[in-house]
Design a protein around this ligand. Structure first.
Ligand code: AHG
Ligand code: MN
Ligand code: MN
Length: 338
């Protein structure tokens, strides 16, 4: 019989492994899980809004109907503000970070000692065509000592993350997180309204047979990148080639499949996007913490993503992430470009 556990109990069990823990990170992760549950409900309803005549700006209840990414952003922001555990929120949907006062100064169990980065809705180009989308989050301890958060709290390298995760809203809603001791997945049981443990201590296969890249950008790639993809397509049974090409266009969905089956996801810099397309703080860093905790590798083509010293909230980076052996070989091919 599979071990029955909810995400809330799992988070608390993880916390109990640290006697000095105050439970704040557990509360924060529980708040994020609740927000993802509520976003999941809205995502699943989204297709109905037009059909049920709830179109335009207000629906039959007189509520304002929002675009899903605006809805997800506002929900996460409000929940984080109320929770009291963070001093700043950084979001793909906000130009600047949102500093947050320490709301509960008389409560030592609620001090705003964390900061969060969010991609509230990843894969937004897929929202209207019923393809999986997701939410990505990244959590750090603050570095400034008190009061509302500052830019130095928001611009920390990925190695400093204390937790990271994502929700994927697909055929089912799955929440995957790590707090530094393995990667664990929970599937939402919509009737119970609980995230139930579905996959504990996930490990990504060291070698794979799947690559994910937008081949439409081929003509903008470097020679090293072109030669690597050509290598994957050559028939060679011993090394499991040709690879299969799988590209959903939602980073979270492509990443989640590769995490479970093995695979390499590639979004290189190219002649148009000199620094790549994906964002370091709320896409590359959180997924890189997860993939390294699962025994995989994540690089910008020459160094670990988690070592990059950030200089801007929305800075972009090339991203090569997934099965360790595949990313190492990719880095060898890209070294030809030097
Ligand atoms: P977002 O919807 O948060 O802007 O992210 C979209 C990203 C990512 O989800 C996906 O991997 C990538 O855009 C797809 O880019 P292309 O359409 O250029 O392939
Ligand atoms: Mn995204
Ligand atoms: Mn997004």
């Amino acid at each position: 019989m599979k071990k029955f556990n909810t995400i809330y109990r799992h988070i608390v069990e993880e916390e109990r492994k640290f006697p000095e823990a105050t439970g704040q990170l557990s509360d924060l992760l529980a708040d994020i899980a609740l927000a993802c549950k509520m976003i999941s409900l809205e995502v699943n309803r989204a297709g109905l809004i037009d059909i049920l005549g709830m179109t335009g700006d207000t629906n039959i209840q007189g509520e304002e109907v929002k675009k899903l990414d605006v809805y997800a952003n506002e929900l996460l922001t409000n929940m984080m503000k109320q929770g009291g555990h963070i001093c700043a929120i950084c979001s793909e949907e906000e130009e600047n970070f949102i500093p947050i006062e320490d709301k509960y100064t008389d409560n030592k169990y609620v001090t705003n000692k964390y900061i969060c980065h969010f991609d509230p809705l990843d894969g937004s180009s897929n929202i209207d065509v019923n393809v999986s989308i997701g939410t990505i989050f990244s959590v750090y301890k603050r570095v400034s000592d008190h009061g509302p958060g500052e830019m130095m709290d928001c611009l920390q390298k990925g190695d400093a993350q204390v937790a990271a995760g994502y929700a994927i809203y697909g055929s089912s809603t799955v929440l995957v997180y790590t707090s530094g001791r393995g990667v664990h997945a929970f599937t939402l049981d919509p009737t119970a309204g609980e995230f139930l443990l579905s996959n504990e201590n996930i490990k990504i296969p060291k070698k794979s047979k799947i690559y994910s890249v937008n081949e439409g950008n081929y003509n903008k790639w470097s020679n090293g990148m072109k030669n690597y993809i050509a290598h994957l397509k050559e028939p060679d049974e011993d090394s499991g080639r040709p690879f299969s090409s799988r590209y959903i266009g939602s980073l979270v969905a492509d990443f989640h499949r590769n995490l479970l089956y093995g695979g390499i996801f590639l979004y290189p810099a190219d002649s148009k996007n000199q620094s790549g397309k994906l964002r370091l703080m709320y896409e590359a860093n959180p997924l890189s913490m997860i993939v390294e905790q699962a025994g995989g590798r994540s690089s910008d083509g020459s160094k670990r993503i988690l070592e990059i010293e950030p200089t801007a909230l929305h800075q972009r980076t090339p991203l090569f992430i997934g099965s360790e052996d595949d990313v190492i070989l990719l880095e060898k091919y890209l070294s030809e470009d030097k």
